[in-house]
Design a protein around this ligand. Structure first.
Ligand code: PMP
Length: 381
C-alpha cells in the first residue's frame, strides 16, 4: 500500500539526503508464524481488554478537550513501575524524571532533537539498531558508528577512545542490543557515562542513552542501568511497553533521567503528543503489569532452549539477553529467509552478512520454526 515508486518524484523539494531512501520497516506479511519484530506473542486477557475498553470509553467522554499535556498520571504510574528496578537504598524514580512518547523511537528522536542537531554528533556501535542513524539523519545530527567485537560485546577501551575522538552529544547504547541480544554490564555503562561526561559535546559533557527496549528479558545477574542514575546525571534509560509488556500496538515508550533532561525535551515535543486514548490505554495496561509481564520468564526459557537447539544444529549463535536470537552464518541468508517464509514462518533478514534474527514466540511457534529451519537448511547446504 502507498507504493508509488513508479511515480515521477523528481519535482519534489525533498531533502537531498532523503532521495531514494525507502521508509524503515520490516515486511508486514499475513503468515501463520510471525517471528520478525520481537513482539510478545501473548495478547492481553479478556479482563485486561475490558479494563482498557472502559478506560478508553471514559477518555472518549471528554475527547472534545485536549489531553493532559504533561500526562502526570501516566508519568506517576511509569515512575512507580521503573522504581521496581532501583537498587537497595536508592530513592524511587520520581514522575519528574520520567518522559514518554509514542514508542521509544519517538522518545529517542526527541532526545536527538533536543541534544543533537547541526554541528553535533551521535554515536553508537555496530551492528546495532538500524533506526539510530535515522534519528540522526532526521535531526541533522552527524552519525558515527564504532564496531563491536567479534562476539558483539563492546571493546571498552576502543569505545571510550571513540568517544574522546568524536566528542558526541549523545551516545546510544542498547542493552540488550538489537539485533545481537548482547547486554551491557553495569561497569561498561559506568565507564561510558564517565567518558561522555568528560569528552562529549566538545568537552561540555554528552548524554548516554541506554536503550533498554528489551531490558525485562535480561538474564538474572545484570541489573538495569536505572541503578546508575544517581551516579551519572548524564545517563538516560529508555524503555518501551512494546516488547516484554506486550503492548506493541499501544505505541508507548518512556525514559528515566535527571529532571533537567525531561524538562529540556518538553521544549521540542509537539503539544499534546500523547493522545487521551493513548494515556488511558497505557494507564489501564499498567494496572495489569503482572499479567502482561507474566510470560516473560517463559519466553526467557524458550529463548535459552532455542539457543541450545540452534547450536546443536551446528549454527553460530550470539548470546542473547533479549527475546530474539541472531544465528547463522548462511552463504545465502536471503534464500533461508525466503525458504522459511514458504513454510509460513516469517523471521528477519538483518544483522551482519550471513546472519538472521528470529524472535521468541510460543512453544508451538518455536516448534514450527525448528521444523521449517531443519528442512530449509538441508535444501540450502
Ligand atoms: N530500541 C530498540 C533496540 C528496538 O529494537 C526497538 C524496536 N524494534 C525500539 C527501540 C523501538 O520500539 P518502540 O518504538 O516500539 O518502543
Amino acid at each position: 500500500a502507498g507504493d508509488t515508486a513508479a511515480d515521477d518524484t523528481s519535482w519534489l523539494p525533498l531533502r537531498e539526503e532523503l532521495a531514494g531512501i525507502a521508509p524503515y520497516g520490516a515486511p508486514q506479511l499475513d503468515v501463520p508464524v510471525q517471528l520478525n519484530v520481537n513482539e510478545n506473542p501473548y495478547g492481553p486477557s479478556e479482563a485486561c481488554v475490558a479494563d482498557i475498553a472502559e478506560a478508553v470509553a471514559e477518555a472518549a467522554r471528554t475527547l472534545n478537550r485536549y489531553p493532559d499535556r504533561e500526562f502526570v498520571a501516566l508519568r506517576t504510574a511509569l515512575a512507580a513501575y521503573l522504581s521496581r528496578d532501583v537498587a537497595a537504598g536508592q530513592a524511587p524514580i520520581t514522575p519528574e524524571q520520567v518522559w514518554a512518547a509514542n514508542g521509544s523511537n519517538e522518545v529517542m528522536l526527541q532526545l536527538l532533537q533536543a541534544f543533537g542537531g547541526p554541528g553535533r554528533t551521535a554515536l553508537s556501535f555496530a551492528p546495532t539498531y538500524s533506526m539510530y542513524p535515522e534519528y540522526a539523519r532526521d535531526s541533522n545530527t552527524a552519525w558515527v558508528a564504532g564496531r563491536r567485537r567479534e562476539d558483539f560485546a563492546l571493546d571498552l577501551d576502543a569505545a571510550t577512545g571513540l568517544i574522546a575522538e568524536h566528542r558526541p552529544s549523545v551516545v546510544l547504547l542498547p542493552s540488550p542490543n538489537n539485533p545481537t541480544g548482547t547486554a551491557l554490564p553495569p561497569a561498561a555503562v559506568d565507564a561510558l557515562c564517565a567518558a561522555a561526561a568528560e569528552h562529549g559535546n566538545d568537552g561540555r559533557g554528552g548524554l548516554v542513552v541506554v536503550d533498554e527496549a528489551y531490558g525485562e528479558f535480561r538474564r538474572a545477574g545484570t541489573p538495569s542501568a536505572i541503578e546508575l542514575l544517581p551516579t551519572h546525571r548524564n545517563l538516560v534509560v529508555s524503555r518501551t511497553m512494546s516488547k516484554a509488556f506486550a503492548g506493541a500496538g499501544l505505541r508507548l515508550g518512556y525514559l528515566a533521567a535527571a529532571p533537567a533532561v525531561t524538562d529540556a525535551i518538553r521544549v521540542v515535543r509537539l503539544p499534546y503528543h500523547l493522545s487521551a486514548t493513548t494515556q488511558a490505554t497505557a494507564l489501564a495496561a499498567l494496572r495489569h503489569t503482572d499479567e502482561l509481564l507474566g510470560q516473560v520468564d517463559a519466553l526467557r526459557g524458550e529463548r535459552d532452549r532455542l539457543v541450545d537447539w540452534l547450536r546443536e544444529q551446528g549454527h553460530d549463535v550470539a548470546e542473547s539477553d533479549a527475546n530474539f536470537v541472531l544465528f547463522g552464518r548462511f552463504a545465502d541468508r536471503h534464500a533461508v529467509w525466503r525458504g522459511l517464509l514458504d513454510h509460513g514462518v516469517l523471521i528477519r533478514e538483518t544483522g551482519p552478512d550471513g546472519w538472521l534474527r528470529v524472535s521468541v514466540g510460543t512453544p508451538a511457534e518455536m516448534a514450527a520454526f525448528r521444523d521449517a529451519l531443519t528442512i530449509v537448511t538441508k535444501e540450502n547446504q
